[in-house]
Design a protein around this ligand. Structure first.
Ligand code: GDP
Ligand code: MG
Length: 457
């Protein structure tokens, strides 16, 4: 509850960046508690996310009191666990409240890499506020570590040569960011947060800079997004993943950004072959880490309140589309209208399909990743003939064979962040449909254009 009596919910944070920059390690470090033993500071593992109650954040950011006023108004912070594009692309250009703030991780030794550029493009397209974690500062030559210290304090006590190496690398990265059209500044020198991206130097190894990062995430979300963080009773929920679980059937992992879900609630969501309406059979989270008495894999809840990650078991979820919204049907709601509404998430993307029926076939993992790929292809002026979601099967490749006679250069499938079935691959080979598969959009594009050029020769 804030001073003016508003109830705020926990901000939701996503993490993204190039492979090997330390996203996983950084999340692990943030999850680690300074409290020996005990209840892990109340930090709870949820479905697809970790919840940090404000007490644990206060503990972790104590060292910041030397530099900043530390006062928190939100109940906690929810961090989405899947680092990389998978979770982030679920933040769609419209409609999704999955992520309030993102952390873009850059390796201080490597600077901007290919997926960094792609991440910047995603962040920009989705107008998502973000901070940069400039990670691996412990690798600066002769760095002397003080575990879990604030960056500022640790940096002050370094030798002149370390400071100078930092300055050099930092400046290079600032220039590289500027080349991408981003003004940036060290977070504590940043006086214009809306114009300049804040950079927090971190080490996922020593934990240095992690207090700074947590403090900044809360500071930015509380100060600049308190409207978005106002707790609403209306349910806002996004499907992260669709998973088959033994004994439960097909389940959906959902991030609940606002409102309350109850066991038995009637819900409506977007399905591959049309809208799905079903009733929540079970609301599940993992058992508390230290609760050894609980043998089962999940704890059941009668109701859950935002913000949190939860697994939902229900009938008819087999065709649920990851990245789509989940709506709750309350008394007086028009279920049919809501069905149309959730399907708009998918049918809206069909506008990207070329009306002349010429173009490439694309397939992606979630609505968000499909949208990202389609946006990119549009920018590149590559026409799209057909779109699909989920793993690639033979029937998907069959769609692309239609181009073999019409326009050979488009007899290709661009598969973004999805598995390609063996049989599908074999079939594509036999038919002469070229399959490109990658989890970086640029790679798909580069391979595709190289292929086209070869065909033209
Ligand atoms: P991800 O691909 O972005 O999730 O990167 P990981 O978290 O898997 O880290 C990639 C590699 O970098 C691993 O070998 C980590 O141990 C190492 N690494 C991550 N963070 C740091 C750091 O702050 N300092 C150092 N020295 N190594 C790190
Ligand atoms: Mg990782």
């Amino acid at each position: 509850i804030t001073k003016d009596g508003k109830e705020l919910r926990s901000p939701i944070c996503c993490i993204l960046g190039h492979v090997d920059t330390g996203k996983t390690k950084l999340l692990d470090k943030i999850r680690q508690t300074n409290v020996q033993g005990g209840e892990a500071g109340g930090i709870t593992q949820q479905i697809g996310a970790t919840y940090f109650p404000i007490e644990s954040i206060e503990e972790k950011t104590k060292v910041m009191q030397a530099h900043e006023k530390v006062s928190y108004e939100v109940p906690g912070l929810l961090m989405i666990d899947t680092p990389g594009h998978e979770s982030f692309t679920n933040l769609r250009t419209r409609g999704s409240s999955l992520c309030n703030i993102a952390i873009l991780v850059i390796d201080i030794m490597h600077g901007l890499e290919q997926q960094t550029l792609e991440s910047i493009r995603l962040l920009r397209d989705r107008k998502a506020p973000f901070v940069v974690a400039l990670n691996k500062i412990d690798r600066l030559y002769d760095w002397v570590a003080t575990p879990n210290n604030s960056f500022r304090q640790s940096f002050e006590s370094q030798k002149a040569s370390v400071k100078s190496e930092f300055e050099t690398r930092f400046t290079q990265i600032k220039v590289a960011l500027a080349e991408q059209g981003l003004n940036s500044e060290l977070y504590y020198k940043n006086t214009n947060m809306s114009k300049y991206v804040s950079i927090v130097p971190t080490s996922a190894f020593t934990g240095e800079g992690v207090p700074d990062l947590l403090w900044l995430l809360l500071e930015l979300t509380q100060k600049r997004m308190s409207k978005q963080l106002k707790y609403l009773t209306d349910v806002e929920a996004t499907i992260l993943e669709v998973k088959v679980i033994e004994g439960l059937g097909t389940t959906i992992d959902v991030i609940l950004s606002n409102g309350v879900l109850h066991e038995g609630d009637r819900v409506v969501l977007c399905g591959m072959n049309g809208p799905i309406a079903t009733n929540i059979r079970a609301l599940l989270t993992p058992p508390p880490a230290r609760e050894l008495r609980i043998k089962s894999e999940y704890v059941h809840h009668k109701e859950v309140k935002a913000a949190l990650g939860v697994k939902i078991a229900a009938n008819d979820l087999e065709k649920a589309v990851a990245g789509s919204r989940l709506l709750v049907v309350r008394d007086g709601d028009d279920e049919d209208e809501m069905m149309d509404d959730v399907m708009d998430d998918l049918t809206g993307l069909l506008d990207s399909v070329d009306p002349t029926g010429r173009g490439v076939t694309v397939q992606a993992s979630t609505l968000g990743s499909l949208e990202a790929l389609l946006d990119f292809l549009k920018d590149m002026k590559i026409p799209v003939m057909s779109i699909g979601l989920g793993p690639v099967y033979k029937r998907d490749v069959m769609k692309a064979t239609a181009m073999l006679d019409k326009a050979k250069e488009f007899a290709v499938m661009l598969c973004f962040d999805v598995k390609v079935d063996k049989e599908a691959e074999q079939y594509a080979n036999e038919q002469g449909v070229k399959l490109f598969s990658a989890d970086v959009i640029y790679h798909l594009f580069d391979e595709f254009t190289a292929y086209q050029e070869k065909l033209l020769e």
